[in-house]
Design a protein around this ligand. Structure first.
Ligand code: BES
Ligand code: MN
Ligand code: ZN
Length: 483
């Protein structure tokens, strides 16, 4: 991926494809010739190309310096905003990726008049060019070159930031797409170790060290697997104040354990470490963007498998603090690992904790595949995440943690049960469970089970891992700590 902003014009810069973003009416065409403008306006007038948002139409030409002009719909002029631009850019990028078009230029004549920077258009374009081709013998990579026809300094200065974000999102997507045989807890730790740099240090705890730290609830998840757990601790030192702790659910495969899942769709449970991968992406972005904040990423990695030594439903374990948990269902494993990670985080006296987790199937029941769910003991953090959500287009919806839910988690034999007594409310009871361990530390839980993976191509996200959370939380941190 290569991007640059150059001072050329539509008629002078050569490329294989020119992206021409178009509204439904009153368009600007830069210096394209009147015959091309005539053809385009004709297509719009006849309704062959309607310029709807996310509509694209490849127009072949003989006279322009580009053999192809991709008419890219922006929809109604009055409705345009940052995320609609991002989507339009994504639709253009998806087309280029599917056709393997390498040399691309972007006309900004129309975008300039919206008063919005075309930065989100470019971001969407780049996000959509992602390909996971590592396991394909042929056609496994795509690396386009984008020339943005713009002299705008503000846009130019935004490009390194966009590239940093994209790099971080792609890193996250790569990790999530990697199958579990190649991404065991130990392999995940090795990937995290690659973050090491002047400002980033990584420490990995082995099973023995996890046990001596007292994280028995987390260890219970790993017991059925031959692949031992790894507790990954990543530190980014960019600031001088208290740290923010980011915890990512890092179950490298979730079979359900003894409470085994149905086999249909189980192959997707390789993405149960998407929270951990997002944390890796966020720390990568923080480093590239030189964010003035201290971050500690905690990734309790484990594989949830059935087996002779696996945890049984009904077993009782305790976390670092000694709180006892009745494991009524071994498929509610994420919260066991996260409970210990949250308690472990307390030793850092954090400013606040954010956990990101593919925690519940109920998250997708509630929100479909469009948004993540947020729960918190701090109204401030909810406001912060909603604001970051609006800026990034990564949708987040707040859910309540009413005290009444405590009752659902009541155990006859231990301090708490890891699942509610019935399925009702299982999105929020999972959040409530974690809240019991966060106690009075400001904490935000983001359930991304609904959105960490997509089965269909989306405007700026091809099928597979979405990388959700990286841009979102990086934005939250920038809003709170930059300047
Ligand atoms: N990893 C799953 C949640 C999940 C489901 C993520 C589908 C992505 C897609 C989690 O560990 C789980 O199994 N949760 C159970 C909890 C239940 C036993 C209370 C669930 O949601 O079914
Ligand atoms: Mn599970
Ligand atoms: Zn899980």
């Amino acid at each position: 991926m290569k991007i640059k902003a150059i001072a050329g014009s539509e008629e002078k810069v050569k490329s294989d494809l020119l992206i021409l973003p178009l509204f439904k009416d009153n368009n600007s065409y830069g210096d394209l010739t009147s015959s091309i403008i005539g053809i385009v306006e004709g297509l719009i007038k006849k309704g062959i190309f309607k310029a709807e948002l996310n509509e694209v139409y490849p127009l072949t030409t003989t006279e322009a310096p580009h053999p192809l002009i991709l008419l890219t719909g922006l929809g109604e002029r009055e409705k345009i905003n940052g995320d609609r631009l991002r989507q339009a850019g994504g639709s253009a990028g998806s087309f280029c990726r599917q056709k393997s078009i390498k040399s691309i230029s972007l006309s900004t004549a129309n975008l300039r008049e919206t008063g919005l920077l075309p930065d989100t258009f470019v971001e969407g374009f780049l996000l959509s060019t992602y390909m996971f081709g590592k396991y394909k013998s042929e056609n496994g990579s795509y690396c386009p070159e984008l020339k943005i026809l713009s002299k705008d300094r503000a846009l130019k200065s935004r490009l390194p930031e966009i590239e940093a974000q994209i790099q971080a999102v792609f890193l996250c997507r790569d990790l999530v797409n990697t199958p579990s045989n190649d991404l065991t807890p130990d392999a995940f730790a090795k990937q995290a170790l690659k973050l090491k740099s002047r400002k980033v240090s990584v420490k990995v705890l082995t099973e023995k060290q996890i046990a001596s730290a007292g994280m028995d609830a987390y260890l219970a998840v790993a017991k059925g697997s031959k692949n031992p757990p790894r507790f990954i601790e990543i530190r980014y030192r960019g600031g001088s104040k208290k740290s923010v702790v980011l915890i990512g659910k890092s179950i490298t495969f979730d079979s359900g354990g003894i409470s085994i899942k149905p086999s249909s769709g189980m192959e997707k449970m390789k993405y149960d470490m998407a929270g951990g991968a997002a944390v890796i992406g966020i720390i990568k972005a923080a480093e590239l963007l030189k964010l003035p904040v201290n971050l500690i990423g905690l990734l309790p990695a484990a594989e949830n498998m059935p087996g002779g030594s696996a945890t049984r439903p009904g077993d009782i374990v305790s976390t670092i603090s000694g709180k006892t948990i009745e494991i009524a269902n071994t498929d509610a494993e994420g919260r066991l690992a996260l409970a210990d990670a949250i308690e472990y985080a307390k030793r850092f006296d954090p400013e606040f904790i954010i956990d990101i987790a593919t925690l519940t199937g109920a998250c997708a029941i509630a929100l479909g595949n469009e948004a993540a769910a947020a729960m918190s003991n701090s109204e401030e953090l909810i406001k912060d995440i909603v604001k970051a959500s609006e800026a990034t287009g990564e949708k987040v919806w707040p859910m309540p943690l009413y005290e009444e839910y405590r009752e659902y988690l009541k155990s006859e034999v231990a301090d708490i049960r890891n699942v509610g007594t019935d399925r009702a409310g299982s999105l929020v009871t999972a959040g409530y469970f974690l809240k019991e361990f966060a106690e009075d530390i400001p904490w935000l839980h983001i359930d991304i089970a609904s959105i960490a993976w997509t089965d269909k191509d989306r405007p700026y996200c091809p099928k597979g891992a979405t990388g959700f959370g990286v841009r979102l939380v990086t934005r939250l941190l920038r809003n709170l700590y930059q300047k």
